[in-house]
Structure formats: C-alpha cells, structure tokens
Design a protein around this ligand. Structure first.
Ligand SMILES: [Zn+2]
Ligand SMILES: [Zn+2]
Length: 232
C-alpha cells in the first residue's frame, strides 16, 4: 500500500500535482453536464440545478446532492480498485475531486456549510472484511480542508444487507429498510452524508429519513460519483 503515487493512476504518465491523475485523464473523466440539484440525475432540459421530473412529483428526503463524476468507466474501475484492491490513494484522489467540485458549485456557495459530515457507514462485518470504510477515507481529507468534523459514531448499520449491486430498485429499498440505527442523539441541524457512489439513492435516502425523524433540518449528500441508467 502506498499513500502517494507520483504517476497517473490511469495511464502511468508522470504527474506534477498532488492528485495522482494527469491533466488529460482528469479532463476525460465522465461527468454529468447538468443534473437535478436534489437527486443528481441528468436533466433533459439541460438547465443546471433545477428539479428533475421525478423530484417534482415527489421530493426525496435529501435536500441536495453534489457529485463530481458520472459513475462509468474509468471511475467504476477506480472505485473497485479502492474497495477491493485496497488502493487507498484513490480515496485521496476522490476527496480532491470532490473538493474541486464543491468549490465550483453554486449550490455549495449559496447555503451554509454543514455542521458535521457523516460517511455512509458500513456494517461491522463488511468493515472487517474490507479493513476500512471507503466513505470515511474520502471524507477525512475533505473534513480537514473544510474544517468540518467527521462523525462516525452516530449511526450504525444494523442489518447486514445483501450486496446492493445485485438488486433492483424495489429490492434495494426492501433490503435496506430499518438497516440503520441512531446510537446517539443528534444536535446538528445540517448534515452532509459522504459516499463513494450513489447508485439508486436508496442508501442515502434511508439515512436521510432517519436523520430527519430525529429533527435534522437539512441533509445533503456529497458523492464522488452518481450512477445513472446508463452507468456501466
Ligand atoms: Zn493519465
Ligand atoms: Zn431529481
């Protein structure tokens, strides 16, 4: 395991910056040009930061979602290397990308910063298998740069759920129901959830439901990547 790679993680080209991605690979990363500010899905009308049709019909429990990338190759490749090959340097790259995205995002500047950041928790069995929580590894450098504390002791993933990737949206919701429990009272009014990938949104929606039931006013999501129907 290494913490700093002087070469681009995608093409092997030498890099001068501290992000371990060369300029051209960085430019080529898939992005969603205009997306719904509430769920992060692509908008047909191309008007950035408006609501998609589905959110207009029924507002999701999260108040906003900011993501850096479209979950497609090579982002999917980098995410799986982080999760399954222990390439922890990718968490640093992702954190850096998210920070850059936040700084450039109008929404980020128009609302107050959250009081705490909560990385989407892993079940302790999965944490043991993997050895680390990728969401926490991504949240840590962000927390340091923005001086917002990370909280890992507030919510526990109580249910050991089947791998979400094998299920469809309805099954995912069923699979995740009541899977999180609050272990301490929450005083924060504005919380951001950090995750590597938001796929259907079920996980962050479930967490937001729980937090709002406890009186949290605003729940946002900062995710490295957002999957769409076209994600591979
Ligand atoms: Zn490169
Ligand atoms: Zn939406």
């Amino acid at each position: 395991m290494y913490l700093f790679a002087p070469c681009c993680v995608l093409c092997g080209e030498k890099v001068g910056s501290n992000i371990s991605l060369c300029e051209s690979c960085l430019q080529d990363l898939p992005r969603i040009p205009s997306c719904c500010y509430r769920c992060g899905l692509p908008l047909k009308n191309k008007l950035n930061n408006t609501l998609c049709g589905q959110c207009q019909q029924s507002l999701p429990p999260i108040d906003y979602l900011i993501s850096s990338l479209h979950y497609a190759y090579p982002v999917s490749y980098l995410v799986s290397q982080l999760k399954f090959q222990h390439h922890l340097v990718h968490a640093k790259i992702f954190a850096q990308l998210l920070l850059t995205t936040l700084q450039a995002h109008s929404l980020y500047h128009s609302i107050p910063l959250p009081e705490i950041i909560i990385p989407v928790p892993l079940h302790k069995k999965r944490l043991r298998q993997r050895g680390f929580n990728q969401a926490l590894e991504i949240a840590r450098p962000i927390s340091k740069t923005l001086a917002i504390p990370v909280s890992t002791g507030l919510i526990r993933r109580a249910k050991y759920t089947q791998a979400q990737s094998l299920l469809n949206a309805v099954e995912r919701r069923k699979n995740l129901r009541h899977s999180f429990t609050l272990i301490k009272p929450i005083s924060a009014q504005h919380i951001v959830l950090v995750d590597d990938v938001v796929t259907t949104g079920t996980t962050v929606y479930e967490l937001a439901h729980l937090l709002k039931k406890e009186g949290v006013k605003t729940v946002g999501v900062w995710a490295v990547a957002r999957a769409t129907h076209h994600s591979k």
